[in-house]
Design a protein around this ligand. Structure first.
Ligand code: UDP
Length: 185
């Protein structure tokens, strides 16, 4: 049933997603059709915009530009990052399964933001520094999907290791930054 702040600055986002699920189920009941509701956790991969502000692409573009990586708060908060190909496989498995959900789709491999920063520094630019910035309001301290239902009901679990996914994402962000430089030249 979830647990969100319904009046905070992120509430329109959190409640908007919940309302979306409600409407899908109402639609399915009213029109006697099938719906499948996935709850997507942090996902990353090539072709994300390098400037969309999410943590993986922020850290990679900062490290590539030799700028300090911006860690919000202490960096002790955790996230669990799912590679985009795994997520797409999960969505397809859900759609083919006949299950309605909601079903969590994500990678349960939890990592702190600071560990992510260190990993990206190591992989992209061992000389890059980190700086701490204020933590956004209502930034969740911990996020890790429980995917037992996905495993049991739709036979899905992610298989791409973080390092492997980061390698592909780093290559893509490198290309994006090159293109931007070319356009600016
Ligand atoms: N974050 C960070 N530095 C950044 C961008 C994000 O430390 O440059 C943190 C953010 O505060 C959150 C986590 O990284 O704790 C994931 O943020 P993102 O916006 O990617 O996804 P969210 O889980 O907040 O939807």
């Amino acid at each position: 049933l979830g647990n969100v702040n319904c009046t905070g600055p992120r509430a329109c986002y959190d409640e908007g997603k919940r309302m979306g699920e409600t409407l899908c189920f109402d639609y399915a009941r009213k029109h006697n059709t099938s719906v499948a509701v996935a709850r997507i956790f942090n996902t990353y991969g090539p072709r994300m915009s390098s400037s969309d502000g999410r943590v993986v692409t922020n850290f990679i573009s900062q490290a590539l530009r030799n700028k300090p990586l911006t860690i919000y708060g202490t960096g002790e908060q955790t996230r669990s990052f799912c590679y985009c190909d795994d997520l797409v496989d999960g969505l397809i498995a859900l759609m083919n399964s006949g299950e309605q959900g909601p079903i969590n789709l994500g990678n349960p491999n939890e990592i702190t933001v600071i560990e992510l920063a260190n990993k990206i520094v190591e992989m992209v630019n061992p000389g890059a520094q980190v700086v701490h910035k204020p933590l956004p309001v209502d930034d969740p301290q911990r996020r890790k999907p429980a995917i037992e239902r996905a495993e049991k009901l739709i036979g899905w679990k992610p298989s791409v290791e973080l390092e492997e996914g980061l390698k592909a994402t780093i290559a893509d962000v490198t290309n994006q930054l090159k293109q931007t430089e070319l356009q600016a030249a």
